[in-house]
Design a protein around this ligand. Structure first.
Ligand code: HBI
Length: 98
């Protein structure tokens, strides 16, 4: 299987088990996080941007004051691939511990 292959439903279920905070929404996985301030939220987006560039894989990001929503899917595959799971893990690793 290459990194661009769409994951099966059971692969997606397995991946979500190891991805606290992420849920499935259609063909995407989604996580919303809240930062203490607007500048902190923008700084976090910048860190995610660096990870996305390094992976050449990019989330859709919704910014509402301190609240950020990340949506991941592989547009070229029309669904979820290992690239999305990888980036979701990277985003989780950038978050402070709960
Ligand atoms: N990011 N989420 C996402 N999905 C893609 O298909 C994608 C991407 N970032 C870069 C990218 N594709 C390019 O590598 C290709 O379109 C060339």
């Amino acid at each position: 299987m290459s990194g661009d292959d769409k994951l099966s439903n059971s692969d997606i279920d397995d991946a979500l088990t190891g991805l606290p905070g992420w849920t499935l929404d259609g063909q995407e996985i989604v996580r919303t996080v809240e930062m203490p301030t607007f500048p902190a939220a923008i700084e976090f987006v910048s860190r995610v941007a660096d990870a996305a560039e390094a992976a050449d894989h990019h989330p859709d990001i919704d910014i509402r004051w301190r609240k950020l929503t990340f949506r991941l899917s592989t547009h070229s595959a029309g669904g979820l691939t290992k690239k999305d799971v990888h980036l979701a893990h990277e985003i989780n690793a950038l978050l402070p511990d709960d």
